[in-house]
Design a protein around this ligand. Structure first.
Ligand code: UD1
Length: 326
């Protein structure tokens, strides 16, 4: 079987690409390299191009005899999406519409899509279930939801089946220390904890007066290699004829910002410089996943711990202080 991996040069895409190859599948990667890194693809077949280029996608599918698609390619910065919504609707939504059209024409019947827990906005209760209210609080989240809706309609009107994976907080690096998340392209907590530790610039903790046990925000951090395994489980599910499904991908456990700092200090043996800053607009107080659907339908559960996330991130950032350019 051959898998077309869109966005396979990005952080989650490149680590998942390895897991897909390790499952015995052939691959072909399509990435613009606007925010991805050619080196992260390694020796996998690679084409530099855009998902919106329908003739290219259709040709790739035919030439490489593609059976399955894993669709990562998207912009993912929440703040940027609020400043420049056109960019997100154009790249994420219109691009995916063109991609789906080409996949349909090429007769592709199975697709795994990267979505986000952010489609729930500030959850009413935790753990968050897939069926809980949908309430996007950013253009970014809305673009992911719109693609979910397109897939749902393709599922009803064509033979194309899908697995939507709603990621919680992807974090950590490849265990072999070769692939990780560049802090220059991320606003997320773990890369910024690493930047504070390594460069000595204070981490800003966005609020310590939240109604949580230690006053800081609580999230569900899932190791990127666990996340990669969820994609393989999703491909396997579709390959055995499984029905379309939407699954949360998290650990089911909540961890606070202070806990992340404490684990980092214990593992590195050094203090993480930090100070308290005002709450960040739009941040929910606490968010973690109900992971029963992924366990029941895909047979997948996360196996790695917060210690694994921090140890792998620390190893990668220490050996790549300038991200993928180092
Ligand atoms: C964010 C996005 C979400 C996206 C996800 C993955 C928002 C509101 N949500 O999730 O849509 O799917 O990233 O890309 O932007 N924190 C600090 N200091 C920092 C950075 C973060 O204290 O410098 C805190 C936050 O307040 C939060 C936690 O760390 O409590 C996690 O933040 P972050 O890693 O940015 O992820 P989310 O906000 O959960």
């Amino acid at each position: 079987m051959t898998v077309l991996v869109t966005g396979g040069a990005g952080y989650i895409g490149s680590i998942t690409l390895r897991a897909i190859r390790a499952s015995g599948r052939a691959v072909v990667v399509l990435d613009t390299l606007e925010r991805g890194h050619r080196a992260a693809v390694g020796d996998a077949p690679f084409v530099q191009g855009d998902i919106a280029d329908s003739p290219l996608v259709e040709r790739l599918c035919r030439e490489h005899e593609v059976d399955e698609v894993v669709h990562f390619a998207a912009y993912k910065a929440v703040g940027e999406s609020m400043e420049n919504p056109h960019k997100y609707f154009s790249n994420n939504v219109a691009g995916s519409q063109r991609l789906l059209e080409a996949l349909h024409r090429a007769g592709i019947g199975r697709i795994v899509f990267s979505s986000t827990a952010a489609v729930h906005g500030t959850p009413d209760s935790v753990p968050v279930r897939e069926s809980d209210p949908i309430r996007c609080e950013s253009v970014y989240a809305e673009t992911k939801l719109m693609i979910e809706r397109m897939l749902s309609w393709y599922g009803r009107t064509t033979p194309m089946r899908h697995v939507v994976l709603r990621y919680f907080n992807a974090a950590g690096a490849a265990t072999d220390g070769t692939l990780g998340e560049d802090w220059r392209f991320s606003e997320n907590l773990v890369p910024h904890v690493m930047k504070a530790l390594i460069e000595g610039t204070a981490l800003r903790v966005f609020g310590d007066d939240w109604p949580t046990p230690d006053g800081t925000g609580v999230r569900d951090y899932v190791h990127v290699e666990d996340l990669a395994a969820a994609h393989v489980a999703a491909l396997d599910h579709l390959a055995r004829g499984g029905e379309s499904v939407t699954c949360n991908v998290g650990t089911g456990l909540g961890t606070s910002v202070r806990e992340i700092i404490a684990v980092t200090e214990r593992i590195s043996g050094r203090p993480v410089p930090h100070g308290i800053a005002p709450r960040r607009a739009g941040d929910p107080v606490a968010c973690w996943a109900d992971v029963s659907t992924a366990a029941e339908v895909l047979g997948w559960t996360a196996t790695r711990t917060i210690d694994d996330i921090i140890a792998s991130a620390l190893a990668w950032h220490t050996s790549h202080p300038h991200g993928h350019d180092s």
